[in-house]
Design a protein around this ligand. Structure first.
Ligand code: TYM
Length: 327
C-alpha cells in the first residue's frame, strides 16, 4: 500500500480545474492506497483572509471532499492547522532551502509581479507544501500540472537532507493526469482556470447553479473558424472545452470530434452544458446534506488525530537526526 497525500487551499469555491486535475484522482486512489487529504488553511493565509470567511471556506472544502466521494472510513481528512507538525517541519526544511531556488518558482513570480513588496509567506509557501508532503512519508502526490515545480522543489529538499541524514524522508512522486491536469479559463484559454480570477464566468465552480453553468459555457471564448477540432496551440478555447467534455463524459476527444463534425460551436456548447450539469448535480446534492451535518466536524476531528499520530512519528525521527531537543 502506498501513502498518498494532497491538499487544496480553502480560498474559494472549488472549480472544475481543481476537480478534473486533482480531486478526481483523490477518490480513485483511496481504493488501493492509504490516503491523507488535507484542507491547507495555513497556505491560504499567505494572502490576507477574513477569519470568518476562511473558516467557512475550510468547512466548504471539507464538505466537498466528502461530497465528491472521499470516504473517511478509507481516507484521513483533516485541516492543516489542526496538526502542528506542518509548521514545525516547515521551519526545519526552511533551514535546508535556498532563496535562489525559491526565487525561481513561477507561481511566486506571478503572484508577486508588479507588487512593491511580497509577503515572506508567499515566498516560502513551497517549503510549507514540502513539509505537508514529507511529514506523512508520502509516496504519491496527486495534483494538477501547476504544482509540478513545487513537487520538484520538495524532492530537492528531501534529497538534500537525506544525503546528510540518510533515510530521514521518503522521496515522493507527483501524479499528474493526462487529461484534465491543466483546465484553462473559459474567458481566456491561455490562462489556467483559477479560484481567484475576477470574472466568475472564467470558471465553473462545483456548486454553481445550472443557469450559471449555462451562461459561463455559452460565453466561453472560442475562435472564428467554427470547426470542432482539438488543437491546443491554435484553438485553445475549443480544445479546452473538448477536454472538459471528454473527461466528464468518458468519451475520447477523437470520438467527440467525429460526433460534432459539421456542427457549430453553439450545439456543442449546449451539449456540454447538459453533460456538466448532469455530472455536478449529485455532488451538489450530497454537499448540501454534508455541509450542515455534525458528521463533518467529527470527521475532521478524527482525521486530525489520526494525521497527528503519523506526523509525530516523523517529527521524532527528524528532530533526532537534526540533534534537536533532548534525547
Ligand atoms: P490549489 O488549492 O491551488 O489547487 C488544488 C488542486 O487543484 C489543481 N488545479 C488545477 N488542475 C487543473 N487545472 C487547473 N486549472 C487547476 N487549478 C488548480 C492544483 O494543481 C491542485 O492539485 N499548493 C497547492 C495546495 C497544497 C498541496 C500541498 C498540494 C498545499 N500543500 C501538498 C499537494 C500536496 C495549491 O495551491 O492547490
Amino acid at each position: 500500500m502506498k501513502r498518498v497525500f494532497s491538499g487544496v487551499q480553502p480560498t474559494g469555491n472549488i472549480h472544475l480545474g481543481n476537480y478534473l486535475g486533482a480531486l478526481r484522482q483523490f477518490v480513485e486512489l483511496q481504493e488501493d492506497n492509504q490516503c491523507i487529504y488535507c484542507i491547507v488553511d495555513m497556505h491560504a493565509i499567505t494572502v490576507p483572509q477574513d477569519p470568518e470567511t476562511l473558516r467557512k471556506h475550510t468547512l466548504d472544502v471539507a464538505a466537498l471532499y466528502l461530497a465528491i466521494g472521499i470516504d473517511p472510513k478509507k481516507s484521513i481528512v483533516f485541516v492543516q492547522s489542526d496538526v502542528s507538525g506542518h509548521a514545525e517541519l516547515s521551519w526545519i526544511l526552511t533551514c535546508s532551502s535556498y532563496t535562489g531556488e525559491l526565487s525561481r518558482m513561477t507561481q511566486f513570480k506571478d503572484k508577486s509581479k508588479n507588487k512593491e513588496s511580497a509577503p515572506a509567506g508567499l515566498f516560502t509557501y513551497p517549503i510549507l507544501m514540502a513539509a505537508d508532503i514529507l511529514l506523512y512519508d508520502t509516496d504519491v502526490v496527486p495534483v494538477g500540472n501547476d504544482q509540478k515545480q513545487h513537487i520538484e522543489l520538495c524532492r530537492d529538499i528531501a534529497g538534500r537532507i537525506n544525503s546528510r541524514f540518510p533515510d530521514t524522508f521518503v522521496m515522493p512522486e507527483g501524479r499528474f493526469l493526462k487529461a484534465g491536469a491543466r483546465i484553462m479559463a473559459l474567458d481566456d484559454p491561455t490562462k489556467k482556470m483559477s479560484k481567484s480570477a475576477e470574472n466568475i464566468h472564467s470558471r465553473i465552480s462545483l456548486l454553481d447553479e445550472p443557469s450559471k453553468i449555462k451562461k459561463s459555457i455559452m460565453k466561453a471564448t472560442t475562435d472564428s473558424e467554427g470547426v470542432i477540432r482539438f488543437d491546443a496551440e491554435n484553438k485553445p478555447g475549443i480544445s479546452n472545452l473538448l477536454n472538459i467534455y471528454s473527461v466528464l463524459s468518458g468519451i475520447t476527444v477523437e470520438d467527440l470530434e467525429k460526433r460534432y463534425k459539421g456542427s457549430g460551436y453553439g450545439t456543442f456548447k449546449k451539449d456540454l452544458v447538459d453533460v456538466t450539469v448532469e455530472a455536478l448535480a449529485p455532488i451538489k446534492a450530497r454537499y448540501e446534506e454534508i455541509r450542515s451535518s455534525q458528521m463533518l466536524i467529527d470527521t475532521l476531528k478524527d482525521g486530525a488525530e489520526r494525521a497527528d499520530a503519523i506526523a509525530q512519528k516523523t517529527m521524532t525521527r527528524v528532530k533526532e537526526n537534526f540533534g534537536l531537543g533532548l534525547k
